[in-house]
Design a protein around this ligand. Structure first.
Ligand code: KIV
Length: 292
């Protein structure tokens, strides 16, 4: 059961930043996991388009559609009514135009009960951020390793390693803040670049993923934390418990117990009273006699 707690709001998140208290953020894509994250006191949830890889088995996030995102985000909201819920804009749901970006951001709010949206990209995406914020929707930017551009970035690897590339990310962060993003996710950038951007942010919450300890808060991919993504484990992720192993052992035991007839055991089924069972047999006999 989810415990009742106060709804996490934007002012609450900014208060945490002011008090110097790190914000907790995780990805989540389904109802039961959302119930657990709510119960654990996680403050923000990202329904990431990473669900294309973690839940749907694609090699990249690119095939994910708005309808996939809405279905999963709405399920997460049902399980976690009080978290600050962020919907991740999938590939080509915002890039083509401001109008499309506003319409799809609006779907996250109206159809899934999200509190904000996130989209990938720097200065080039500032018109989209501006339009979404002008429509009254809170927006988060995403810099560094942006998985929708993974081919152009040369793979899932550290971004902003050289002075000039780091400067571009720092400039993009300033531009996103100026466009109205209330937060920016820095994914897989060097720790000192993340620290610098965090210190320079004036009215913007900087969240880190694989970018060191200096951001205002941390994001992790839930499946990486619990050994639930079979294809690879990113170096930046810490495994907090191997649920994948626990589940695999349970599945093997189930298989062996069914084959060995030790499951189901007496406590796993229900009986009916003798007289009812005798009555059932009589009814069936009468029916087959009548059919002859
Ligand atoms: O889709 C997602 O989960 C993300 C993270 C990789 C940050 O955007």
């Amino acid at each position: 059961m989810t415990e009742a707690r106060t709804k996490i709001t934007l002012p609450y998140l900014f208060q945490k930043v002011q008090k110097g208290e790190p914000i907790t953020w995780l990805t989540c894509y389904d109802f039961p996991t959302a119930c657990l994250q709510e119960q654990a006191g996680i403050e923000m949830i990202l329904v990431g388009d990473s669900l294309g890889m973690t839940m749907l088995g694609y090699d990249t996030t690119l095939p994910v559609k708005m309808d996939d995102m809405i279905r999963h985000a709405a399920a997460v909201r049902r399980g976690a009514p009080n978290v600050f819920l962020v919907g991740d804009m999938p590939y080509m749901s915002y890039q083509p135009s401001n109008e499309l970006a506003v319409l799809n951001a609006g779907r996250f709010m109206a159809e899934a009960g999200c509190d904000a949206i996130k989209l990938e990209g720097g200065t080039a995406m500032t018109p989209r951020i501006g339009a979404i914020v002008d429509a009254g929707i809170s927006a988060i930017g995403h810099l560094g390793l942006t998985p929708q551009s993974v081919a152009a970035l040369g793979g899932f690897k550290l971004q902003g390693k050289s002075a000039s590339l780091a400067k571009k990310i720092a400039d993009d962060a300033k531009a996103l803040e100026a466009a109205g993003a209330f937060a920016i996710l820095l994914e897989l950038v060097p720790d000192r670049l993340c620290k610098l951007i965090t210190e320079r942010a004036q009215n913007c919450i900087i969240m880190g993923l694989g970018s060191g300890p200096h951001a205002h808060g941390q994001l992790l991919i839930y499946h990486d934390m619990f050994g639930l993504f079979p294809k690879f484990k990113p170096k930046m992720a810490k495994v907090f418990g191997n649920a994948g192993e626990v589940i695999l052992n349970g599945l093997k035991t189930y298989h062996d117990e069914v084959v060995g007839r030790s499951f189901p055991a007496r406590e796993n089924w229900f009986s009916m009273p003798d007289e009812e069972f005798e009555g059932l047999k009589k009814l069936l006999e009468q029916e087959s006699a009548a059919a002859k």
